[in-house]
Ligand binder design. Structure first.
Ligand code: MN3
Length: 222
């Protein structure tokens, strides 16, 4: 019996040590972003969709020693070295981890250097919102809209298909993401059905601009 317990424990510990990536807890309750992002969508999106990216990515890590000990940023930056499952699930994990942190029930607007840069680059905050919304609306199929600091330190709006992101060495427009919007149907279909523009409008009321400011300042230092 004792032996059995010990081997069960060993199996458990070795299993845990292989979980290189974990599903991060949301920094707010599932219903905190209501009415814009509804509770049921948030729960399924976080637990089931993001959860699946994490567990599939961990399966790839177990199968491929080259991934072991690597950060998710590192994997994204060198994603051309790995298979499609790493690209899709690694991207899915990075993108959603970022997405949850740039949302907040508080809302608000950009401030400081980011606000100035947005005005300088896009003319005004309203122009920026219009251009970003338009990119998000017209991203065909599943994908993401981004505000990035590009390799020349300039703000830029981009989109990527599937779970690709601007860190990846396979995308055309590279940079450090500071704001992200998931435009997969799973992000909005329960509440908004086919009305992606309504979901995008709701997004603007729940952006965590403190976090976006922080990401912008860090990206500019690079
Ligand atoms: Mn998603």
């Amino acid at each position: 019996m004792k032996k059995l317990l010990v081997s069960a424990l060993v199996i458990l510990i070795s299993h845990v040590s292989f979980a290189q990536f974990t599903l991060p807890a949301l920094p707010y309750a599932y219903n905190a972003l209501e009415p814009g992002f509804d509770e049921q969508t948030m729960q399924i999106h976080h637990e089931k969709h993001h959860g699946a990216y994490v567990s599939n990515l961990n399966k790839e890590v177990t199968a491929n020693p080259a991934l072991q000990g690597k950060t998710i940023e590192d994997i994204c930056k060198n994603v051309s070295k790995y298979n499609t499952s790493v690209r899709n699930n690694g991207g899915g994990h990075y993108n959603h981890s970022l997405f949850w942190t740039i949302l907040s029930p508080k809302g608000g607007s950009p401030s400081g250097a980011l606000a100035e840069d947005i005005n300088k680059t896009f003319g005004s905050f309203d122009n920026f919102k219009a251009q970003f919304s338009d990119s998000a609306k017209t991203r065909f199929g599943s994908g993401w809209a981004w505000l990035i600091v590009d390799q020349n330190g300039k703000l830029k709006i981009t989109t990527t298909p599937n779970q690709d992101n601007p860190l990846m060495d396979v995308v055309k427009e590279k940079g450090t993401p500071v704001l992200a919007l998931d435009v997969w149907e799973h992000a909005y279909y329960l509440k908004y059905q086919n009305k992606r523009p309504d979901y995008i409008n709701a997004f603007w009321n729940i952006v965590n601009w403190d976090e976006v400011n922080k990401r912008y300042n860090e990206a500019k230092k690079k």
